[in-house]
Write a protein that binds this ligand. Sequence first.
Ligand SMILES: Cc1ncc(COP(=O)(O)O)c(C=O)c1O
Length: 385
Amino acid sequence: MLELRGILNFLKVVQNTRKANIPLAKPIFSKEMEKAAVNALWNERFVLGESVYKFEEEFAKYCGVDFAVSTNSGTDALQIALTALGITRGQDVITSPASFIASSNVILHVGAAPIFADIDLETYTIDPQKIRQAVGRKTKAVIPVHLYGYPADMDPVNEIADKHGLYVVEDACQAHGAFYKGRKVGTLGEVACFSFYPSKNMTVAGDGGMLVTNDEKVANTAAKLRDCGRKSKYVHDLVGYTARLNTVNAAIGRVQLRHLDEWNEKRRKNAQIYDRLLADLDELILPPRGDNETRPVYHLYVIRTRHRDSLKEWLESNGIQYGIHYTLPIHLQPIYKKMYGFEEGMYPRSEELCRTCLSIPMYPDLAVSEIDFVSEKIHEFFETR
Ligand SMILES: Cc1ncc(COP(=O)(O)O)c(C=O)c1O
């Protein structure tokens, strides 16, 4: 009996000292996707082949909107959306400083100026009250970001937009398939934009993006803008871009889209396990959970702690990959400080998020044993402090 206990203790020590190798994210590529890609390469035009239009049709249907226009990145989808809505020089667009820099860069790319509204620290998405305070004479649009896959509080955002005549462009680049009060992300503003970058909830195995809308005029303009401003083959009635999604990527995207709901459900289940295993740690702030109607898709599982920097090193030393989304809020990025004179303290909640956030492994095929291991290591970290 004693011997057995000794062996069990030994196994436990071995288990606890073994170094894992758990990535932060794991893009999925399967034989089914390979087959679709090869098929498209042999049988379709490389550019604007049949798969591109089919992918657009299917993505529009998935979101529950009338039109979808694919692009070669989420950034291009956002920029084209703003251009198609007529946003231009001399105008202001409000967005959140707690996002990937592209959410704001696109405003600059169309010649407008970014105005930041700080986030709500419960959801990490734009605080409608801060939008109210930021709206000015030149404000023409607002870009709420569904950060980490959690939907922004769209009802008050739309109410403010209606009152001031602003366009609402959802930055849904991290939120494919999420729901806000029972409505799907992508249907909550004039336009919504998605990214298919490899780490996203669905990818096209490369760069890619999609713009969705119910506005036919915006959709037609966007389709021209992404294709050199073409009206017909050799006639251009807009100054457009070469921003098309390649056929082979669209073919892969079509297969990925068929799996998206199943993958999102797996992410939600994984998040529930983390939520349960980490709930007793007072030092840790866990992600917002939503409810039956507001359903995040956990593009990232982001925990917060003031011990973030030592915790990240501890995880890394145990073979657990982490991410920081993001190390700096957009207003404190060197180029924004230089261009606009932004300073620390201007958007304190976004700054607080960036100081304390830590993304831990999250992807559909993350095993329960891996979630156990990560959670155990996080417990160990706080026990030894
Ligand atoms: C919130 C957000 N907006 C915009 C983008 C830009 O998308 P892409 O990388 O496809 O250009 C991303 C992608 O990282 C994002 O996460």
